[in-house]
Design a protein around this ligand. Sequence first.
Ligand code: R5P
Length: 289
Amino acid sequence: MILAGSGAGVLARSVARRLGLRSSPVRVERFPDGELLVRLPSRLPREVALFQSFHAPVQERIVEAIFAAAAARAAGARRIDLVAPYFPYLRQDRAFRAGEGVSHRATARLFSAWFDGVVIVEPHLHRTPTLDELFAVPARAVSAAPVIAAWLRRLGRHVLVVGPDQESVRWARAAAALAGCETRILSKRRLSPSRVRVEVSGLPDLAGRDVVLVDDILSTGRTLVEAAKGLRARGARTVRAAAVHGLFAPGALAALRRARVPVVCTNTVPGPAARLDVAPLLAAVLGQQ
Ligand code: R5P
């Protein structure tokens, strides 16, 4: 049985339909003081999968998922898997300044305490190469490359796929390879949470080229906007972008529109640009378990 958390309702129901499974929503109510109450059916089968995507409000969705796991256990579930189309806090994978918390490990530990297994679509793995190093329970990463590649193939093999920073090597190369496109990787320096500098030197002449930026996460949109500016300055004819997780922090959509960067995302996070469907990928993975 699939339990549909507030952040992944549509995707949970779609995967349940594909697998011929029942689904039930996680009902969330709020007490007058702001605390949350989670309600599930009072009897559940032994095995359930909780779908939750951790986009804003991220802290509330974390609390909801943990309370839902506790309620599922009380309702008879003996094995509870977390299916996270978007899993949060993986980018803070080291203390960038003294005293900062390393949130990727802390978050993984928290979920390991409540779930028996974890499935995550395109986790942001950079300095920690595998999920097994983070989670104490079996954890599986699902690459979104096939759906990005299918979209790239519709544009044509002539497009140049560009990853905007060193971290994007994994996802940009994987999608480009499946689509048969050439890839280049840029380098980026983050000056603050909302300011980045993207270096485009070392690229071939882009005169007349159609370029597609491929990244895993779109938050403020600054990475894509700055990369697009650099690519246009080197002659690119068109620049568009694909991101797996479209978080769209306030102002991101407007910034991308001003920079004339059309963007498409997967539906790991619901939103206006979420046009690439990962439900078949998740159904295939869950169908094997
Ligand atoms: C981090 O390096 C990620 O791969 C993305 O490049 C980053 O999260 C994008 O953030 P923003 O849209 O705020 O530039």
